[in-house]
Write a protein that binds this ligand. Structure first.
Ligand code: CP
Ligand code: NVA
Length: 301
C-alpha cells in the first residue's frame, strides 16, 4: 500500500474530508466527557519546525499524548537539518524511526521532497503556500456553529497567502463560493485562481467581499519569512482591516475567523476578536480535535 500524506486538502476527497470533520467533532465530545481513547500506544510523531509555532506545536503534541502516543519536537537549530543534511536523507532516516511526521517549513517543494522519501505519513503543518491543518479546524468550527458550509459565501480579506491558497482548495472540496479582497500584487497562486475561477473571485475592496458573506476570514499582512516587507505591506494593506463595522455588511449570521496570531490595529481592529461574531478561540481549540482525527485517519485508516 502506498503511504498516504496530507500536504494539501487535495490529498483527500470531499467525502473523506467531511467524514474527518464529523470524526473530529466526535473526538472532541469524547475528550469533553473525560473518556480515555488511546489507539496510538507506542506510536511516535516527529514534529519538525523550521518556523515558529504555538498552536500547531501544542495541538499536535497534546493530541498525540491524549491518544496514548508520544511526540518529538525537532528544530533545525538542534538537528542536522540545520547543518545542511539533505531533506531527502532526513526523511529516509526519520521515517524508519517514527510512525508519522509533521513538518512546518518554507518552500512547499521542500515538504513534497520530504514526503517523496518518507515511509510514513507526512502532514503539512504550514508551508509558504499552504496551511491545510488550519482549514480542517476552520471548517469544523463553521460546521459546529452554523452547520454545513456548502453553498455559503466566504470572504477572504487581505494577503493572498498560504491560508488564502488553502481557502481556495477548501472552496472546491467543501463546495462554497470564495470572494478574495486583496490589493494588486498580493493575489493567491495564479494556477489555483485559474483552476477554480468558477467559484473563486478577486475584488479590490473589503466592503465588496464582505457584502452578504456568511464567513469573513483574514490573516496577518506579513507572514513568517516576510518580516523584511512589513513596512511595504503595512502601506499596501492599510484599507484591508476587518472590524465590527465591516462585519455589519455581511449576512446577519456571519462568523469571523483568524488562524492567529493576530495583530490588533493591523489586519483586525482592536475590538474584532471580542466581537460576538468572532469564533477564533473555538477555531484555535479545534486544531487539537481536527488533527487528532487526521492522525487517526493517516495511522489507522
Ligand atoms: N494558526 C497557527 O498555525 O498558529 P501557530 O503558528 O501558533 O502554530
Ligand atoms: N500566514 C501566516 C499564518 C500563520 C499561522 C504565516 O505563514 O505566517
Amino acid at each position: 500500500m502506498t503511504t498516504r500524506h496530507f500536504l494539501t486538502l487535495c490529498d483527500m476527497d470531499s467525502v473523506e474530508l467531511k467524514a474527518l470533520l464529523d470524526r473530529a467533532i466526535a473526538l472532541k465530545a469524547i475528550h469533553a466527557r473525560g473518556e480515555h481513547y488511546e489507539p496510538f500506544r507506542n506510536r511516535v510523531l516527529g514534529m519538525i519546525f523550521e518556523k515558529s509555532s504555538t498552536r500547531t506545536r501544542v495541538s499536535f503534541e497534546a493530541g498525540m499524548a491524549q491518544m496514548g502516543g508520544h511526540a518529538l519536537f525537532l528544530s533545525p537549530r538542534d538537528t542536522q537539518l540545520g547543518r545542511g543534511e539533505p531533506i531527502e536523507d532526513s526523511a529516509k532516516v526519520l521515517s524508519r524511526m517514527v510512525d508519522i511526521i509533521m513538518l512546518r517549513t518554507f518552500e512547499h517543494s521542500k515538504i513534497e521532497r520530504f514526503a517523496a522519501h518518507s515511509r510514513v505519513p507526512v502532514i503539512n503543518a504550514l508551508t509558504d503556500d499552504f496551511h491545510p491543518c488550519q482549514l480542517l479546524a476552520d471548517m469544523m468550527t463553521y460546521q459546529e456553529h452554523r452547520g454545513s458550509i456548502q453553498g455559503r459565501r466566504v470572504a477572504w480579506i487581505g494577503d493572498g497567502n498560504n491560508m488564502c491558497n488553502s481557502y481556495i482548495n477548501a472552496a472546491e472540496r467543501f463546495d462554497f463560493e470564495l470572494v478574495i479582497a486583496c490589493p494588486e500584487g498580493f493575489e493567491p497562486l495564479p494556477s489555483l485562481l485559474e483552476k477554480h475561477k468558477g467559484r473563486v473571485s478577486i475584488v479590490r475592496t473589503p466592503q465588496e467581499a464582505a457584502k452578504a458573506a456568511d464567513l469573513i476570514v483574514t490573516d496577518v499582512w506579513a507572514s513568517m519569512g516576510q518580516e523584511d516587507e512589513q513596512a511595504k505591506r503595512q502601506a499596501a494593506f492599510s484599507n484591508f482591516q476587518v472590524s465590527p463595522e465591516l462585519m455589519d455588511l455581511a449576512s446577519a449570521k456571519a462568523l469571523f475567523m483568524h488562524c492567529l496570531p493576530a495583530h490588533r490595529g493591523e489586519e483586525i481592529s482592536v475590538d474584532m476578536l471580542d466581537d460576538s461574531r468572532s469564533v477564533v478561540w473555538d477555531e484555535a481549540e479545534n486544531r487539537l480535535h481536527a488533527q487528532k482525527a487526521l492522525m487517526e485517519k493517516l495511522l489507522l485508516g
